[in-house]
Design a binder for this molecule. Structure first.
Ligand SMILES: Cc1cc2nc3c(=O)[nH]c(=O)nc-3n(C[C@H](O)[C@H](O)[C@H](O)COP(=O)(O)OP(=O)(O)OC[C@H]3O[C@@H](n4cnc5c(N)ncnc54)[C@H](O)[C@@H]3O)c2cc1C
Length: 306
C-alpha cells in the first residue's frame, strides 16, 4: 500500500477536499458508539466519484469498506485500514408511478415516509429500521413480516471493477438477512422499489402501529446495534436468551438488554472488547442450555488494538 500522504493526495483528485477526512473517529458514525478510527473517511457526491475510488483502490491495492448508518456494525477498537466510503450525500428519493427510487445513502425510514406521502404501500415495514437504503439491501433488512426482497425491483451498483451495473432483485440472492452483495463486492448506489397504490390513512395506520410496537419493545434509549442474532430455525433468539436468564448480564459497559433480550446495549462506555465478549458469552450459554447455535446478524469488522 502507498504511504498515507500519497493516498490522501490521490483521493483529493477524485473527491472534494471537504469530503476526505483522515483518521476519522468511527464511533461518531456508529449506533453502538464504539470503534476505532478510519485511515480515510470519504463521502462522495456522485456515482462517478464512487467508481473512481473503486478503480483507485484496485490499482493501488488500497482496501475499502462501506459504512452506511452504522446500525448493524461493530467496529473493533483498532479501527479500519484503508478507505471507509460513506454515501450520505447520495440520498435523493423520488417517485414515478408506483415506484420509489432511493439513492443508497438515504435512510430507509425516509424512503418509507416518501412512499406514504405518495400513498404507496409496501415499505411500511421499514418505517423504524435505522439503516440506509444500501445497508438495507446488503442484509435484506426486514421487520414485522416485510422485507426488502418483497418490494425491490432492481438496484444500480458499482461492481468490483468500478463499473456501474444494473442488478435485478432476483440476481441479488436476497434471503433472510442476507444477499450476495458482500460476496460480489458490490457497492449499492440506488434502489428502485415496486409498490402498490393504497389509501394514505391505511398506510399511516400500519406505520403508527409498527412504531408503537417498536418503541414499546426495544431499548431505544441506549446505543445498540439492534438485534444481535438472527432467528435460528424453529426458535426466537430473544426467547432463548431470556430463558437462559441472561437479561441484565454485563461485561464492562455492555449489557444484555432487560427490555428486549435480543439487544445488547452500550450502557456505560463499553469497549468493543466488552461487546464482543458479551456476544460470545450469550452464544456459549444458549448453546450449553439449549444446544442452539446463535448466528450473529450484526457484522464485526476492523482491526484489534496492538
Ligand atoms: C435500534 C435498531 C433497530 C433495528 N431494527 C432492525 C429491524 O427491524 N430489521 C432489520 O433488518 N434490521 C434492524 N436493525 C439493523 C440495521 O438497522 C439494519 O441492518 C440496516 O439495514 C443496516 O443499515 P446501515 O446503513 O446502518 O448499514 P451499516 O451498519 O452501516 O452496514 C452494514 C453492512 O452493510 C454494508 N453496506 C452499507 N451500505 C452499503 C452500500 N451502499 N453498498 C454495499 N454495502 C453496504 C456495510 O459495509 C456493512 O457490511 C436495527 C438496528 C438498530 C440499531
Amino acid at each position: 500500500m502507498e504511504t498515507k500522504e500519497k493516498i490522501y493526495n490521490k483521493l483529493l483528485k477524485l473527491v472534494k477536499k471537504d469530503n476526505v477526512k483522515v483518521n476519522e473517529r468511527l464511533k461518531d458514525h456508529l449506533y453502538t458508539k464504539l470503534g476505532g478510527k478510519a485511515d480515510f473517511f470519504i463521502t462522495p457526491t456522485t456515482f462517478q466519484e464512487v467508481q473512481n475510488v473503486v478503480k483507485l483502490s484496485n490499482e493501488d491495492n488500497i482496501p475499502f469498506t462501506l459504512l452506511g448508518n452504522g446500525s448493524n456494525l461493530i467496529i473493533k477498537d483498532g479501527g479500519i485500514r484503508g478507505i471507509v466510503i460513506n454515501l450520505k450525500h447520495l440520498n435523493d428519493i423520488s417517485s414515478e408511478g408506483n415506484t420509489v427510487v432511493a439513492q443508497s445513502g438515504a435512510r430507509i425510514i425516509d424512503a418509507s415516509r416518501h412512499a406514504l406521502k405518495q400513498s404507496l404501500s409496501g415499505l411500511e415495514f421499514a418505517c423504524g429500521i435505522p439503516g440506509t437504503v444500501g445497508g438495507a439491501l446488503y442484509m435484506n433488512a426486514g421487520a414485522y413480516g416485510g422485507e426488502i426482497k418483497d418490494v425491490l425491483d432492481y438496484a444500480y451498483v458499482v461492481d468490483k471493477e468500478g463499473n456501474l451495473v444494473k442488478r435485478l432483485a432476483s440476481e441479488l440472492n436476497l434471503d433472510y438477512r442476507t444477499s450476495n452483495i458482500p460476496e460480489n463486492g458490490d457497492i449499492v448506489l440506488e434502489a428502485t422499489f415496486n409498490l402498490k397504490p393504497a389509501s394514505y390513512e391505511d398506510i399511516k395506520a400500519i406505520m403508527d402501529d409498527l412504531t408503537f410496537k417498536r418503541e414499546s419493545k426495544q431499548p431505544l434509549e441506549y446505543p445498540s446495534c439492534g438485534s444481535v442474532f438472527k432467528r435460528p430455525p424453529g426458535y426466537f433468539a430473544g426467547k432463548l436468551i431470556q430463558d437462559s436468564k441472561l437479561q441484565g448480564t454485563n461485561i464492562g459497559g455492555a449489557e444484555v438488554s432487560t427490555k428486549h433480550a435480543g439487544f445488547i446495549v452500550n450502557k456505560n462506555n463499553a469497549s468493543t472488547t466488552d461487546y464482543i465478549s458479551l456476544i460470545e458469552h450469550v452464544q456459549r450459554t444458549v448453546k450449553d442450555k439449549f444446544g442452539v447455535d446463535l448466528e450473529r446478524e450484526v457484522r464485526i469488522i476492523g482491526e484489534d488494538t496492538d
